[in-house]
Design a protein. Structure first.
Length: 362
């Protein structure tokens, strides 16, 4: 049932191009620069929204952070992302003008459900972005948007992260069009990046043997730091989460600029740093941070846009030139890196210790 793969996780990593095609299917018109998500939330309401709050846990929270960055740049609507277990509806906000978006693969995460209830209680409208038809969250919210990634069995979320970001990216363009903050030409540019996702992800999958070699060579590092700016930041958080979940190695993700404010003290020649330096990640600014860690002997594995000059990286992964969503494609490198580090250590990849696929307790 694993389709010839050793683990569900690997199967699901490989399913990403197909999952993304399903996510996107029939939902946009590239020439017209329009998106159709079949939402029940009325356009008049969406026009009046002044703030979006995204609530989610774990990987879904990181997908939310990626989306928030895009929502802000496309819609000019202030967007915040909160960890669901920390969420409170703050009295200073106007609930009628706040859209609360719950991102949850399973639709059953207790912390997220409880945050949705708080938002409803305060009078805000709620939208669920989920993979699971008929899940509890869909019965609680005003409207649901399905990511259509197909069932995910591996405890570590992989294909659903990509499909969550893709779905939310479409939502950002949709909202921008409804509100008139984005022209059809600008929408077409973002949609072109979205449309290129399945093919770009496939190109990373085709690089699997090389990624395995790199993972086997660097897997014994005593710590892994994932760094990146802008869209590269949520991808760094997600890369570190994946590695720690399945390999049990110490991994952290943070914005590249934060290195010098503390984490640099931990960097030694036994550290591996994984950097996002593609389009959409303010790569030029990250260059200095890379030099700082190299000066302390760390090895830097970087994912850069194809064609960029990257002699400064110790190991280079190449990401197809697709614009704003290149950091999302980079995540597939980080997934395969985590998978092969964990595999070389003989970990229980599909069922890591202490973790459950769906966390139904608060
Ligand atoms: C990480 C992972 C978890 C989930 C989190 C939220 O690989 O799977 O961090 O992302 O428990 O789950 P959902 O999205 O089902 O609400």
């Amino acid at each position: 049932e694993k389709g010839g793969f050793d683990h569900y996780m690997l199967k699901e990593i490989h399913e990403q191009p197909r999952a993304l095609r399903q996510t996107l299917s029939g939902r946009f018109d590239i020439d017209a620069g329009t998106v159709d998500l079949d939402l029940d939330l009325e356009e008049a309401y969406l026009n009046s929204v002044e703030e979006i709050q995204i609530i989610a846990c774990g990987t879904s929270n990181y997908a939310g952070r990626y989306a928030a960055e895009l929502l802000e740049s496309v819609t000019e609507v202030r967007t915040s992302v909160e960890v669901a277990s920390e969420y409170e509806f703050d009295g200073g906000r106007d609930p009628w003008r706040t859209l609360v978006v719950a991102v949850t693969q399973s639709g059953e995460t207790a912390d997220t459900l409880s945050a949705v209830r708080k938002a409803k209680q305060a009078g805000a409208r709620t939208l669920a972005v989920t993979n699971t038809l008929g899940s509890t969250v869909t019965r609680e919210v005003d409207d649901s948007l399905f990511i259509r990634a197909g069932p995910e069995i591996g405890v570590a979320a992989t294909k659903t992260f990509a499909s969550q970001v893709a779905t939310l990216s479409l939502f950002a363009v949709y909202l921008g069009r409804v509100r008139g903050s984005v022209s059809s030409a600008e929408a077409t540019t973002v949609l072109e990046s979205i449309r290129a996702l399945p093919g770009a992800v496939q190109q990373i999958l085709d690089d699997e043997d090389y990624i395995r070699e790199v993972a086997e060579e660097h897997g014994d590092s005593n710590a892994f730091f994932f760094i990146g700016r802008r869209f590269g930041h949520p991808v760094s958080l997600e890369g570190a989460l994946k590695l720690k979940e399945i390999s049990y190695d110490h991994a952290e993700g943070f914005p590249a600029g934060e290195l010098k404010h503390g984490p640099l003290a931990l960097v030694t020649p036994e550290t591996t740093v994984l950097a996002v330096v593609t389009e959409g990640s303010n790569a030029d600014e990250t260059l200095n941070n890379i030099k700082e860690v190299q000066a302390r002997g760390a090895t830097v594995i970087g994912a850069a846009s194809a064609g960029d000059s990257t002699e400064y990286l110790d190991v280079q992964f190449s990401v197809p030139d697709i614009g704003l969503l290149e950091p999302l494609v980079t995540n597939v490198y980080w997934q395969l890196f985590a998978y092969y580090v964990a595999k070389s250590k003989g970990r229980n990849i599909d069922k890591p210790r202490n973790l459950a696929k769906s966390v139904t307790v608060e």
